[in-house]
Design a protein around this ligand. Structure first.
Ligand code: BGC
Length: 248
């Protein structure tokens, strides 16, 4: 079975039909640039372009970088235009896609679901926390494989500031940190999350997962196992399609 997955990110809107049995893209993905400001109307146009590129006419799962309840309603917008808050994103995208059935889910939850089924968390029981380091820090918490949606652990307070402002991948660029300096911040953050949840496993996702060898060796003193995500760039697309299938 195939469902179309779209990952709405800060820099690009990427999508492809997803083969749900294999947990992989059924065709090469297509990407358009995310408009700035990333307003609901602008993003919906980008999503339409991506979906139309494939002439797709079935169900569509989309990620969103904020809290999304009921597969539809956006509740927060930390790193996108604030006009998203309160938007019925399902209705907006359904309308823009000419009536196709749409499900919208948090981006980290989508990536997490894909990692748990097809990647670094496959078959893992107990508490597993998938963290995505990008513009912000996204989180997906699983207990015996079941997702607790919209956990938003990137907004935990650490040293009097929001953790994602201090330890996201963007913070590494903005503050011109070496991998080792950044790893110390991530270590402190992981120690805090570990204190709260005592997970068995941390899966580190986002673009940095490809560079895991540069920073993971510098992270010390965490009891949980720490591994890089495996699906990397496609985790959001695959997970969005999987969530759309699950929630349908
Ligand atoms: C948002 C989360 C999102 C994360 C990664 C955070 O700022 O609040 O919902 O998952 O960024 O995009």
């Amino acid at each position: 079975m195939q469902i179309f997955g779209v990952d709405v990110g800060g820099s690009g809107i990427k999508g492809a039909p997803v083969d749900l049995e294999r947990g992989d893209l059924a065709q090469e993905r297509h990407k358009v640039l995310t408009p700035h400001p990333a307003t609901p109307e602008g993003v919906a146009d980008g999503v339409r372009q991506v979906v139309e590129h494939f002439g797709w006419s079935g169900p569509v799962g989309l990620t969103f970088p904020g809290v999304v309840t009921g597969g539809a309603t956006v509740r927060t917008a930390a790193n996108v235009d604030k006009s998203w808050i309160g938007t019925d994103a399902r209705a907006l995208f359904t309308d823009r896609l000419g009536g196709l059935p749409v499900t919208v889910v948090n981006d980290a939850d989508a990536a997490g679901v894909a990692e748990m089924r097809f990647g670094a968390g496959r078959g893992r029981r107990g508490t597993v926390i998938v963290l995505t380091f990008g513009t912000g820090i996204g989180s997906a918490v699983f207990v015996d494989g079941t997702l607790v949606p919209n956990t938003e652990l990137g907004h935990l307070e650490l040293d009097n500031r929001e953790a994602e402002k201090h330890a996201s991948s963007k913070a590494r660029d903005d503050h011109d940190l070496s991998w080792e300096q950044w790893a110390r911040r991530v270590q402190k953050y992981l120690a805090h999350v570990e204190m709260l949840f005592s997970p068995e496993l941390f899966v580190i996702g986002g673009g940095v997962s490809r560079k895991a060898h540069k920073f993971l060796p510098h992270i010390k003193g965490i009891r949980a196992e720490i591994v890089p995500a495996q699906l990397q760039n496609n985790a959001g697309i695959v997970g969005a399609a999987m969530r759309a299938a699950d929630l349908a």
